[in-house]
Design a protein around this ligand. Structure first.
Ligand code: PXP
Length: 237
């Protein structure tokens, strides 16, 4: 069973564009859960252009499924995690002004930094996941650093899926068993959508969770949020 965590950053982006509280992020999170989301994901970035750090405190009070906070482990982020204590923290190697996450951790170069940060984060009780490209040595590095899970960066998969699904999935398929065998749980995210999700899930039997934002929110403009969440859930059955 693969869980669907809905990333609500884009809802916050729309809200912020007018400077008021519409749409209401908290209500949308509650509705996502009511419509079938099995988790809520947010990614507060340093410029707070979508989800703000203060939103995370309010979300923690109402999220009844899994609350996943993604981000670069800056001091501000580590303090947030200590305060909010989400169920899962997903660490990404984003630069402060990144448009979106576009690569996984080099867990060899940053081994001691990650080990230290993960040790600290675990004190909050959160499960820790590292955003990773499907490269065996980086996956091994994630386990050595003490991570509980990896989140495969699926941007490159999505980019070539339409032309060559077999090739697109090959590196994920080749490394999945290894990740599982060394005790890592497996998440995935980025650019997953209604066309490429089902195949990804079918090819990776150990996939525990996907977090999806951009495409899901875009699809909900046409299908409505409830239908859309159900459509994504069906891709994961
Ligand atoms: N995982 C991580 C680490 C991300 O940064 C993002 C985007 O915020 C996602 C998953 C979701 O990607 P998308 O919005 O393309 O579904």
């Amino acid at each position: 069973m693969t869980q669907l965590s809905v990333n609500i950053n884009k809802i916050a982006l729309i809200r912020n564009s007018r400077g008021n509280n519409y749409p209401d992020l908290i209500q949308v999170a509650k509705d996502c859960e009511r419509f079938g989301a099995q988790g809520i994901t947010v990614h507060p970035r340093p410029d707070e252009r979508h989800v703000k750090f203060s939103d995370c405190y309010k979300l923690k009070e109402i999220v009844t499924t899994e609350f996943n906070i993604e981000g670069y482990p800056s001091e501000q982020f580590l303090k947030l995690i200590q305060d909010v204590r989400p169920h899962q923290v997903t660490l990404v190697p984003d630069l402060p002004n990144a448009l979106t996450s576009d690569n996984g951790w080099d867990t060899i170069t940053h081994a001691s930094f990650l080990k230290e940060v993960i040790e600290e984060l675990k004190k909050s009780g959160a499960r820790v996941s590292l955003f990773i490209d499907p490269i065996e040595q980086y996956i091994e590095g994630a386990a050595h650093a003490g991570s509980d899970r990896i989140e495969y960066y699926t941007g490159p998969y999505a980019a070539i899926f339409t032309g060559d699904p077999n090739h697109a999935i090959s590196k994920y398929k080749a490394t999945e068993n290894f990740a599982h065998s060394i005790g890592l749980g497996i998440n995935a995210g980025h650019d997953l959508n209604l066309y490429n999700l089902k195949y990804f899930k079918e090819q990776l039997p150990h996939l525990a969770e996907v977090s999806i934002g951009h495409a899901l929110i875009c699809d909900s403009l046409y299908f409505g949020l409830e239908n859309t969440i159900q459509m994504y859930r069906r891709c994961l059955e």
